[in-house]
Design a protein around this ligand. Sequence first.
Ligand SMILES: Cc1ncc(COP(=O)(O)O)c(C=O)c1O
Length: 392
Amino acid sequence: MPAMAQRVAAFGTTIFAAINSLARQHSAVNLGQGAPDFDAPPPVLEAAVRAVNSQLNQYAPNIGLPQAREAIALHAERFYGQRLTPEQVLITSGATEAMFAAILGLSDPNDEIIVFQPVYDSYVPNMRMAGVTPRYVNLYAPHWSFDPDELAAAFTPRTKAIIINTPHNPTGKCYSRQELEIIAELCLRHNVIAITDEVYEHITYDGTLHTRLATLHGMENRTLTISSLGKTFSATGWKIGWAMGAPELVESVNRAHQFITYSVATPLQAAAAAALAMPSEYFESLQAEYQRKRDWLLTMLRGAGFQPFTPQGGYFIMADWRGVAPEHVQDDVQFAEWLIREVGVASIPPSAFYRAEDKHRVAHLTRFAICKRDETLQAAADRLAAIRVSGD
Ligand SMILES: Cc1ncc(COP(=O)(O)O)c(C=O)c1O
């Protein structure tokens, strides 16, 4: 009898694991995974140490530590004018658990949930485990915009929710207010819930403003906003996330969360409260630093013969590699493997963010992560520059 359940058998192992392993094998400079190779700011680290030394080491309340929920609510008001009570905030094990608990708590088997493609890799497996059917709507290059008619056609009587990730992984798209208004209008018309994944909310470029769907007219009570500490505070390993919104939505998510993790790391929740209360200069310098890294990586990629798309936000740059690779390289997976083996730089094949029949849409692209130390980016720059030299 096979041990593995049908529920997970089709998942396989992810391309991310395969790329990371190949990168290690070839000592490649890793611009693949979206995790910083530098540490969280000292005040955040110190707050965690203080919490560990202050007897904050037993279970937190199931919905989260009061001071962390309060800090998250205050942060929402400070940056977006969104008014929430701490009771409307649930703390989870990263945005990842928040999304799974949201899907489990807000949809029933045979419901449909709309996602935009490219789609972050955990959403659809979450839906499959919940027995929910994904409906795909494409984002089209170069601006990764959607066709409003295609989106309208994806709504059916079975649609329970729509998931919006902004700023978007992997494209760097930030949904404009106008686009969010189109989505809001459809949600209202079809009585559908929106679930937003805003983990890159503080990383935007060229003055782009992050718009929170929950703040649009009529969406306050039908949007579950998800975010987390990892990207904003360079602490991806802490896995502190949250889901917030109308009490009924949050209670639904908590019904699932209470039986998944029950509660999450207490001292790190205390540190999250300190992090979110940091002064505006912290958030401004984070943006400025990422802007500098993004601009640098764009220049470096162009210089090496890539055609990068300019992201408006997030941790990544998508780039067309066709001006760079030898002829035998046929698709994005082969390209990522070739780049690791022959050049010594790791990137991610974006077809990982597409269902099988749509993978060809991005076969000519690859995804580079920006969230790396200058030394790492320089090492990648040196190796990428060598492609042109050896190709001439
Ligand atoms: C769009 C998106 N959502 C969620 C996550 C994971 O967030 P967390 O680490 O808080 O679970 C990531 C991390 O790469 C991401 O890119």
